[in-house]
Design a protein around this ligand. Sequence first.
Ligand code: PXG
Length: 456
Amino acid sequence: MESGLSTSAWQKFEADHHLPPFSDYKSLAAEGTRIITRARGHYIYDSEGTEILDGMAGLWCVNVGYGREELVEAAASQMRELPYYNAFFKTSHPAASELSAKLASLAPEGLNHVFYANSGSEANDTIIRMVRHYWALEGKPEKRVIIGRDYGYHGSTILAASMGGMVDMHRQAAHEPDFAHIKPPYGFLYQGNQSEDMFAATAASWLEDKIAEIGAENIAAFVAEPIQGAGGVIIPPEGYLQLVQAICRKHDILFIADEVITGFGRTGQWFASQTFDLQPDMMTLAKGLTSGYIPMSAVMVGDRVAKGLIEKGGEFYHGFTYSGHPVAAAVALANLKIIEDEGLIDRVRTQTGPYLAQAYEKAFADHPMVGQVRSFGLLAAVELVKDKTGPVMFEDTGATAMKVRDYAIAEGLMVRAVRDGMILSPPLTFTPSDIDEVVAKLSRAIDKTAAEIGIG
Ligand code: PXG
């Protein structure tokens, strides 16, 4: 869109009229907003012409990179043919039908039905509604509690935020009753000197303890991001996810995998549930479903729940005007075709994932300000610490990572800061040379910060 306005004009509109998500409006207005005007491939460009390598794939979503004409074309031709129709009253359309069959073919065994929404939050709200409806149909309406994990992120509607474990969100009136949380399998904080196996068992026992406290007869479901994204790329110890899944089965609690970030190739399989050999009862999808080109989310519903809903019948009083929107569905189909045709998932598993792991380890593991480096597929985190021995964390949590982030952007690299972790989640089209560029820019940003605060 060429409006011809200047950076300062847009910044004034921002300060005067726009309340963007997750922002401190006072400090943002003082600092000024960066205006992103266009994007191509792996780079975004701001209104001053600055070129920035996008190490976050937008917000963990632009899996196929920017500038994909196939997606533009899919949207335009669907808009010409059928820009909108709903699926509320015994109608549907080819795009939603074909996408449903396609998703069922890609998803783990036993997840054969799809319910559509427009964001990850709405998809998780849908799951909460659907599991409670399911248990009511099964004659167990008291099974209502959903167990999530601290630092879990499942979205920002009141129910999705309640399901998540972000205390700042809970404090702002987003913690409904009937939600509980356990500690996550966050080795950097909680493993101590336990072996990986032992830590997996310890972290799984936190779920057993919580179930004992609440009573399985009151619990509808346990929800987990296979790798926690917004919580700081928390990668569980090997075996943990199998253990928690088994605990859910033992207590007849539904197991939900929120794959909003891990879905569509990021861990080197279509879904992390396949990477970790899980058979969730339900799966949340969004982001990479359309590579963020247009909003769409989906709930994959497993056979147990689908059979219950279908056989017992009775209306499910839930849905959105744009559930299964034809344009979004057409874009999703074209996006999945790109991922398939270009072999992006194999590339993550066999080439860029291992390359990223090695490059990060080599560049950052020995740095005096780095306490841990971890990655899985194309997800990575570098934990910054005040002192490696210990490690000793910074007292003012987040301040150092924010400095690194600002230096990184000045170097031409977009990364995310979570507490004092530097997070990477790039497009799946990234090449080894893009990863080299990330490492070079992030190294300079970490070095400059360390020099500024006198570490090393
Ligand atoms: N589940 C997961 C695992 C997510 O990462 C959502 C659900 C909610 O999706 P919507 O589309 O409602 O935003 C997400 C979203 C961050 C950040 O700061 C992460 C997300 C959203 C906004 C910011 O890293 N993830």
